[in-house]
Design a protein around this ligand. Structure first.
Ligand code: ZN
Length: 378
């Protein structure tokens, strides 16, 4: 495939989203902190093949200026029409340069990936068609009055790629004849030009109902890592994951020294993007002396609540020579499950040694690494 960097993209964002039943148009709803349209536009901003992105917005749009791409050099705005074909046509008319191809995409399809763009470019060059679009097969039954043969049908997605001149001619004909175009491949076919289709991904859904947004939220996760190390002194036991464990050492710490909970807390705070344990529980602060570390986790869970997030799973590795962790594994897991408020099968607890070398190997310290996945509250 020859490298192209003169590709125009048009984003259809003028629809009011009547089926969405919300005051905010669906493309401006948030998915894990970023708007739907920011996600729909990002692969085009990042693509070296794309030189310009024209977004067709409604004349009453108050939100577009708040989007993170608003000041991007690639972006231009046009006022769309009262139908999709008029919006896309306005954008084509606005484009001053002569482009070979134009990609059209819905603002409310945020799950697009770079491969979609590359696959379409490849297909239109290979087939010489006037338009190439993504499709998915129909798997559910279809009825009109009787059950239809679903193998005869397929579902049409965006992005689609079209020859610039052919799309302009096709849309003009549809507008002149008052024909409603559900998508650009329809217009191309209406002018009896060739289309080609390639299989897309079912996850490239168009957000139409609030339920669709909930489904996409379920795909999104955040992950974070945590690490903590404390020195040992001679003593009669340590606390790990809220469990008292007898051994010949004691942890040197300002708090109760629960190195496992500290590491997990840092992974949660990291995944939430709100700093680390030192920011909230300074070891210089007198009131944190002998602090019960379950309070640190309680604090983290409250923060997650505020962010509408929850823990999906946690994995940890305890690194020490002594105590031996295996005899205490079940107790620690049960305790972590209660403290973290997640089932035991969502907690990984592993132990390893430092092969008797270094400060851990010489029983001068204990360390824990952890990893957490967060997701939107279900
Ligand atoms: Zn610590």
């Amino acid at each position: 495939m020859k490298k192209m960097n003169n590709l125009l993209v048009i984003i259809a964002a003028a629809g009011a989203g009547k089926r969405f039943g919300s005051n905010v148009p669906k493309q401006y709803s948030k998915l894990d902190g970023r708007s739907v349209i920011e996600r729909s536009v990002k692969p085009f901003i990042d693509s070296v093949n794309v030189s310009k992105i024209i977004i067709a917005i409604s004349k009453d749009d108050l939100e577009i200026k708040n989007q993170n791409f608003y000041n991007s050099k690639k972006i231009e705005l046009v006022i769309g029409g009262n139908t999709r074909q008029k919006s896309i046509f306005n954008a084509l008319a606005h484009a001053k340069d002569n482009y070979d191809y134009v990609i059209t995409h819905d603002a409310a399809r945020p799950n697009i990936i770079e491969d979609d763009i590359l696959n379409l470019l490849h297909d239109i060059e290979e087939t010489g068609a006037s338009c190439s679009y993504l499709f998915t097969p129909v798997y559910d039954s279809i009825k009109e009055t009787h059950t239809k043969d679903k193998n005869k049908y397929h579902l049409v997605q965006t992005p689609q790629i079209s020859k610039f001149k052919d799309l302009k001619l096709s849309l003009k004909k549809c507008i002149d004849e008052n024909i409603e175009c559900p998508d650009e491949s329809f217009a191309i076919e209406y002018l009896n030009l060739k289309t080609s289709k390639i299989k897309g991904r079912r996850s490239n859904i168009k957000i139409t109902e609030p339920d669709d947004l909930d489904m996409l939220n379920k795909f999104l996760t955040r992950s974070g890592i945590g690490f903590d190390l404390h020195k040992y002194k001679n003593g009669s036991g340590i606390i790990l994951g809220g469990c008292n464990i007898d051994c010949n050492y004691k942890i040197i710490a300002h708090s109760d020294g629960d190195v496992l909970l500290h590491s997990i807390a840092d992974s949660i705070l990291g995944a939430s993007g709100i700093g680390d344990i030192g920011k909230y529980f300074s070891d210089q602060d007198e009131k944190n002396k002998n602090l019960d570390s379950t309070k640190i986790i309680r604090f983290c869970l409250d923060k997650l609540n505020e962010l509408n997030l929850e823990i999906y799973n946690v994995d940890t590795v305890i690194i020490c020579e002594e105590p031996k962790i295996n005899p205490h594994r079940d107790n620690i897991l049960k305790s972590l499950s209660l403290i973290l408020e997640i089932p035991i099968d969502k907690i990984g607890l592993k132990a390893t040694t430092s092969e008797k070398i270094g400060i851990i190997g010489k029983n001068k310290a204990i360390a824990v690494q952890s990893y957490v996945n967060l997701r939107e509250k279900q």
